[in-house]
Write a new protein. Structure first.
Length: 120
């Protein structure tokens, strides 16, 4: 069975954090795991790695959105002729791609909740 601790472990592979910092992300892992599980079909094996992956991707995305709203938009440093720069928007874009890919992989396990009514 997928637990929030599994999600936290996978999240830590996406983001390098110290052991002391890791537990502060556990509530976010719990929320995102619940969000994923609430959309799964009843016959799904809860040990499926795609569940953990999707919940960790949502947690990573939530983290980057929070980070981008609280920090400067641009970070750079220069060493001689080399300049390295990183923007929080690029982190958010990367997190969005990770989230989209993980949810796409999870699609076969999810309930079909779409309803379309067409005039014939």
């Amino acid at each position: 069975m997928t637990t929030p601790w599994n999600v936290l472990s996978r999240f830590r592979q996406l983001l390098e954090i110290f052991d002391e910092e890791a537990e502060q992300f556990l509530p976010l892992c719990v929320v995102n795991l619940h969000r994923i599980k609430s959309q799964l079909r009843d016959d799904v094996n809860e040990d499926d790695v795609r569940i953990t992956e999707a919940a960790a991707a949502l947690t990573y995305y939530d983290y980057t959105v929070r980070l981008s709203s609280t920090s400067e938009d641009f970070t750079s440093f220069r060493a001689g002729d080399i300049t390295v720069s990183k923007t929080t928007s690029s982190l958010t874009e990367n997190a969005e791609k990770i989230k989209r890919d993980a949810l796409l992989e999870l699609t076969p396990l999810m309930r079909d909740t779409n309803f379309v009514f067409l005039n014939v």
